[in-house]
Ligand binder design. Structure first.
Ligand SMILES: NC(=O)c1ccc[n+]([C@@H]2O[C@H](COP(=O)([O-])OP(=O)(O)OC[C@H]3O[C@@H](n4cnc5c(N)ncnc54)[C@H](OP(=O)(O)O)[C@@H]3O)[C@@H](O)[C@H]2O)c1
Length: 347
C-alpha cells in the first residue's frame, strides 16, 4: 500500500524506531513516547485510518492508540497484519485498546477484549484501558444534550468489579498492562488503594492549553505514565465537542513564534513539548505529511529550556473534551465529571 492517503503526494522517508524516545513502565516494559491516535472524529473513515496506520508504521511509528468505540478496529487489524507481514515483529509494536462504557460488567469486559483482539488480529494487547469511569451508554455521534436514562455517577465498588475483570485479562495473557482514562485524582486514589494490579498508565487530555499539572504530577508520582490525548487541541473534533470558550493551542502566538523559529508546524511544537515534558502524546492524523512530521518532531532538535518554560506558562485550564454526555442527572454542569473540588462529586 502506498503512503499516499490524502492525494497530497507520497512521503517516502522513514525514522529508525530505535531513535524514538521510550517510556519505561513499572513492569519494565518500554512504550514508544509517541503513538498514532485512531479516532476519526466522525469525518475520517475506517479505511482511511487503516491506511494511516500502515503509513505510520512505514514511517517508524510503533505505538497505536485504538478503541472499540472508534469503530475501526477490524480495518486497523488488517493494516497491522500487513505491517507484521512486512517484517515488523509483533513485540516491536505497542497496541492499546479500550473497553467502552456500556461494557463495564465483568463478563462484558472479557468479551469486549476478545472482540478487540479478534478485530485487531492480535493474540494480546500491550495495554487495555477503561475508556471512561462512567458506565453510561450513549449512541455514537450523539450531541452533548443526549442523556441515557440509565446514567450513573462514578460508583467505586462497581468500577473495581470492572477493574477485577481487567486484572483477569492480564492473568489470561490477553493483555500485558491495564490502565485508566479520563480519571481524576480522588478516583485514582481509591483505585490505587484497592487494585491488585495497579494501572500502568492514565490516558488524559493534555496540550499546552490544558496541562493538568496536578493530575500529571500525581500520575507520575504513583508510578503511572501519562498518555496525552488531543495533544494538538483536536482541531477537527466533532461539533458536539466544541464550546465558544474553547481555545486552540496551535494558534497560540507563542506556539506560532516558536514554530517559526524552528521552521516547523505549530502542531509539531505541541508534540515536541509533550514528549520533552514527559507525557506520551498520541496525535491523530490521516495525512502522511503530518503523520511523518509529528514523528520527526520527537527526534533531534529539541525545544530549549526557555521555550519549554514559555509553553509551560501557556496553560489556560481549557478542557476541550468535557464529557457532557456522561452527566447522570438533570441540571448538572460538565465540571461535576471532573471532581474539581478534590472530592468525587456525590451522586
Ligand atoms: N481516552 C480518551 O477518552 C480519548 C479522547 C480523545 C482522543 N483520544 C485519542 O487521542 C487521539 C488524538 O486526539 P484527537 O484526535 O482528539 O486530536 P489531536 O491529535 O489533538 O488532533 C488531531 C488533528 O490534528 C491534525 N494534525 C495532526 N498532525 C498535524 C500536523 N503536523 N499539522 C497540522 N495538523 C495536524 C489532524 O488533521 P490531519 O488528519 O489533516 O493531519 C487531526 O485532525 C485520538 O485519535 C484518540 O486515539 C482518546
Amino acid at each position: 500500500m502506498q503512503a499516499n492517503i490524502t492525494g497530497e503526494g507520497t512521503v517516502s522517508s522513514r525514522i529508525d524506531p530505535a531513535l524514538i524516545p521510550q517510556r519505561t513502565l513499572y513492569t519494565g516494559a518500554r512504550m514508544p513516547a509517541i503513538g498514532l491516535g485512531t479516532f476519526g472524529s466522525d469525518h475520517v473513515n475506517a479505511c482511511q485510518i487503516a491506511e494511516a496506520v500502515e503509513a505510520a508504521a512505514q514511517f517508524g511509528y510503533r505505538h497505536f492508540d485504538c478503541a472499540s468505540v472508534y469503530g475501526n478496529e477490524a480495518e486497523i487489524g488488517g493494516a497491522l497484519s500487513e505491517v507484521i507481514a512486512s517484517g515488523v515483529k509483533r513485540e516491536e509494536l505497542w497496541v492499546t485498546s479500550k473497553v467502552w462504557n456500556d461494557k463495564h460488567a465483568p463478563e462484558d469486559v472479557i468479551a469486549s477484549c476478545e472482540k478487540s483482539l479478534a478485530d485487531l488480529r492480535l493474540s494480546y494487547l500491550d495495554l487495555y484501558l477503561v475508556h471512561w469511569p462512567f458506565p453510561n451508554f450513549h449512541p455514537p455521534g450523539c450531541d452533548v444534550t443526549t442523556r441515557s436514562k440509565d446514567s450513573k455517577p462514578y460508583i467505586h465498588a462497581d468500577y473495581m468489579k470492572t477493574w477485577a475483570a481487567m486484572e483477569e485479562l492480564i492473568k489470561r495473557g490477553m493483555v500485558r498492562h491495564i490502565g485508566t482514562s479520563n480519571m481524576t485524582i480522588p478516583k485514582l486514589k481509591l483505585v490505587l488503594e484497592d487494585a491488585k494490579i495497579r494501572p500502568a498508565v492514565n490516558e488524559m487530555e493534555l496540550h499546552p492549553h490544558f496541562q493538568q499539572p496536578e493530575l500529571f504530577a500525581f500520575v507520575r508520582a504513583n508510578g503511572m505514565e501519562p498518555i496525552g490525548y488531543s495533544p494538538l487541541g483536536s482541531p477537527h473534533r466533532p461539533e458536539r465537542d466544541r464550546t465558544p470558550e474553547d481555545t486552540s493551542p496551535t494558534e497560540d502566538p507563542a506556539i506560532l513564534r516558536i514554530s517559526r523559529r524552528h521552521g516547523i508546524n505549530p502542531a509539531v511544537v505541541c508534540i515536541k513539548w509533550a514528549v520533552q515534558r514527559g507525557q506520551t502524546p498520541i496525535p491523530f492524523s490521516a495525512n502522511p505529511r503530518n503523520i511523518f512530521s509529528n514523528l520527526l518532531g520527537v527526534t533531534g532538535d529539541p525545544l530549549t529550556d526557555g521555550e519549554m518554560r514559555e509553553i509551560g506558562a501557556l496553560d489556560r485550564n481549557c478542557r476541550l473534551i468535557k464529557g457532557q454526555v456522561f452527566l447522570w442527572k438533570e441540571r448538572q454542569e460538565w465540571e461535576d465529571l471532573w471532581d474539581l473540588n478534590g472530592e468525587i462529586t456525590p451522586a
